[in-house]
Design a protein around this ligand. Structure first.
Ligand code: FES
Length: 171
């Protein structure tokens, strides 16, 4: 479901990202996508999948591969929340901040989670365990407030339910 900034299509998680920069692998990904229609998006997906984020070192390579400026590459990358500038945590929590969920307590739920994890929206915990993100409508408004945890959707989430979910993945 698209959010207000536009969601990039979900990535398949076939393996864990390597995180450390590997120019050879980045060049290989870009070369595989260079002649494709929509190749820049494909390359960004490939890099995000391979490294867990879009390394800053890749902007110049993408710009050269797609005959664009680095600013243009950055502009495309920045438009999509799924393309991140730093590795995400092992578990990603998204809390809906759109109207229906707000009217049923998503702001209080967000504060609760922020207090529990010691991070704010858009941050990753220092131990790399959790990333907390805002989303704007998950298409499940009838059972607000909604969250996702590692891509799985949960509706009517209370603080207690959230604590239970966090405890399950904190192990
Ligand atoms: S407003 Fe939250 S799911 Fe629609």
């Amino acid at each position: 479901m698209p959010d207000k900034m536009g969601d990039a299509p979900r990535l398949e998680k076939a393996h864990s990202p390597k995180v450390s920069w590997d120019q050879g692998e980045a060049l290989q990904i870009i070369a595989q996508c260079a002649s494709l229609k929509g190749g820049l998006m494909e390359a960004l997906h490939g890099l995000q999948h391979a490294f867990g984020y879009i390394p800053a070192e890749s902007y110049a390579l993408l710009a050269e591969g797609f005959n664009l400026s680095e600013a243009e590459v950055y502009g495309v990358k920045s438009f999509y929340h799924d393309f991140t500038s730093a590795p995400k945590g092992r578990h990603v929590i998204q809390i809906c901040q759109a109207e229906a969920c707000q009217s049923r307590g998503s702001r209080a739920l967000t504060k609760h989670v922020q207090n529990q994890l010691g991070i704010t929206l858009g941050q990753t915990s220092p131990d790399g365990h959790f990333t907390l993100e805002a989303v704007y409508c998950l298409g499940n408004c009838a059972v607000s407030p909604n969250i996702t945890l590692d891509g799985k959707l949960y509706g009517r989430v209370s603080a207690d339910h959230m604590d239970h979910l966090l405890k399950k993945v904190a192990l």
